[in-house]
Design a protein around this ligand. Structure first.
Ligand SMILES: [Ca+2]
Length: 218
């Protein structure tokens, strides 16, 4: 076998590898991942005072808010602001995207661009990113917490982790001080039908912004 032939075969194999990995990886649709879609049926002012379209906030306390923001933005005109006041109670706040269908055994990489505003005391707490896998019905059951009418009503979700199927570790602390893209790669466990990209914080005071979420399936 000539050296030239061998080099040719190797080059072809490399090309095939690159092509197959790009064909096998698919970017999944995350509803309003860039927060640029205003809540249907809402005025701009209303939309800015409510949870962003396609997201739901859950938590028993009254000391937090999860709203669309046009103040601290990474790309486009809008981001999501998660604000927890110093009077934070033990319940914390959980923010989730609309569930995305997954296939057990496949691998999911979640990229999230976020900033923790730490230069304004006392808002120095950390925000955790969770990739949560669920069976059919998840924590939402028959309810559509992501429907525009629900968000328009100003209601909170009623999240619980009872049915969650997940492997540890599933959380990271978001780096502080600058817009940073954090990545988390998790294989969907047996029985998983849905994944949610979620943010969670408890007993922490913070002012964090999220803008740009990507879920890649392999
Ligand atoms: Ca944006």
């Amino acid at each position: 076998m000539s050296k030239r032939y061998l080099v040719g075969v190797l080059a072809a194999l490399c090309l095939l590898l690159v092509m197959s990995s790009s064909i096998l990886a698919a970017s999944l649709t995350v509803l309003n991942a860039d927060f640029e879609t205003l809540l249907p049926g809402a005025t701009r002012e209303q939309a800015l005072s409510l949870t962003p379209y396609g997201w739901v906030a859950s938590g028993a306390g009254n000391d937090y808010s999860v709203t669309l923001s046009d103040k601290v933005v990474y790309q486009g005109n809008y981001s999501m602001e998660i604000l927890v006041q110093p009077e934070n109670d033990p319940w914390g706040v959980h923010v989730a995207c609309k569930p995305i269908p997954v296939v057990a055994g496949k691998t999911y990489t979640v990229n999230v661009t976020a900033i923790n505003v730490v230069n304004e005391a006392p808002y120095t707490g950390k925000l955790d990113l969770y990739v949560e896998f669920w069976p059919d019905g998840g924590w939402w059951g028959e309810d559509d917490y992501w429907a525009p009418e629900f968000t328009l009503s100003g209601s909170k979700g009623i999240w619980n982790g009872k049915n969650r199927i997940a492997s540890d570790p599933l959380f990271i602390g978001l780096p502080s001080g600058d817009w940073t893209t954090s990545s988390l790669t998790v294989t969907a466990p047996e029985g998983a039908k849905w994944v949610t990209v979620s943010f969670w914080t408890s007993r922490r005071t913070l002012r964090a912004y999220v803008d740009g979420i990507e879920v890649i399936e392999r």
